[in-house]
Design a protein around this ligand. Structure first.
Ligand SMILES: *[C@@H]1O[C@H](CO)[C@@H](O)[C@H](O)[C@H]1NC(C)=O
Ligand SMILES: [Cu+2]
Length: 312
């Protein structure tokens, strides 16, 4: 009876939400994991995915739900998948409608032995995979999200074998650029990474959500319909440099060198110039940060982790 009622509600919503969506399933090492069913109550759902409410995009780079498309709370049925470092994980979207934009995959290590109950806004994220403009021009080229659609609405990523074992959130994201502001579609899942990796991400490879993107980032403000797009063949994928692309790592050469590390990009805040006054969601402290530390009233500087404090 209850299930029928919920199903009825889901059906009533679906026709209006087909233009958007998110990650619905995962597979890894021969195991299949159903995701959270958006539009349904967390009650009774057991899944590795963090709950998310709707198929609608997030359209503000500073949205407090940008990390995992939720409020950071877990339902009682939260599960965790065991995933070997070096193995491939595939995320499956619904029938995806947006073929202009990048695909991005992040990891964040949780402080304890499990991510259950951990607020995703408090974590530091590093990027293990990204893909942007694959060929052609910004106006008429082939994008990673188009490739995702072409391969059964799925995206496969290898968990780097160098990632230290532990409890992580994995954050899959596609960004749609057909309209501005850019549309963010992130979903997270809880995984326990096994293996013997020992390369922790460098400070320059870590970021927070929100905080890691600015609406003025070149990759988030590009106009697909402008004159420049007709000849532009490069696209700067937003976010920090790829894990492993820094000085102590190997591989990962696809990140354009023009993308600054998060601390630098955050300090060039688009807030009105007021020396020593950081706007809401701006960075106000953290390892390697040398910008202003005083928040604009009424916000206060809150430490999210060693690398990032922000005005909230
Ligand atoms: C395509 O994706 C669906 C999930 O959306 C999955 O059930 C199916 O197995 C996939 N097909 C292949 C060939 O991977
Ligand atoms: Cu959409």
């Amino acid at each position: 009876m209850f299930a029928t009622a919920v199903f009825g509600v889901a059906l009533a919503f679906l026709p209006r939400v087909f233009a958007h969506g998110g990650v619905l399933y995962y597979s890894n090492g021969g195991s299949w994991y159903d995701g959270f069913k958006a539009y349904n109550s967390p009650s009774g759902q057991s899944t590795i995915q963090r709950p998310w409410a709707t198929y609608n995009p997030i359209v503000d780079a500073n949205d407090p739900t940008l990390a995992c498309n939720n409020d950071g709370t877990n339902p009682s049925g939260q599960l965790t998948a065991t995933v070997a470092a070096g193995s491939k994980i595939t995320a499956f979207w619904n029938e995806w409608p947006h073929d202009t934009g990048p695909m991005l995959v992040y990891l964040a290590k949780c402080p304890g032995s499990t991510c259950t109950g951990v607020n995703s806004n408090t974590l530091s994220w590093f990027k293990i995979d990204h893909s942007g403009l694959l060929s052609g021009t910004v106006a008429a080229g082939t994008w990673a999200s188009g490739q995702m659609i072409a391969q059964n609405n799925s995206w496969t990523t290898t968990i780097p074998s160098t990632v230290p074992p532990g409890a992580y959130l994995i954050r899959h994201e596609t960004i749609a650029l057909h309209l501005l502001p850019a549309q963010f579609y992130p979903e997270c899942a809880q995984i326990q990474i096994t293996g013997s990796g020992s390369r922790a991400p460098l400070a320059s490879e870590l970021t927070t959500f929100p905080g890691g993107y600015k609406s003025s980032d070149p990759g988030l403000s590009v106009d697909l319909y402008g004159q420049a797009a007709k000849t532009q063949t490069t696209y700067v994928i937003p976010g920090p440099p790829l894990y492993g692309s820094g000085s102590t790592g190997g591989g990962g050469t696809s990140q354009p060198p023009s993308t600054p590390p998060p601390a630098t990009s955050v300090s060039t805040s688009s807030a009105p110039a007021q020396t020593g006054t950081v706007a809401q969601y701006g960075q106000c402290g953290g390892t390697g940060y040398s910008g202003p530390t005083a928040c604009k009233s009424p916000y206060t500087c809150t430490k999210l982790n060693d690398y990032y404090s922000q005005c909230t």
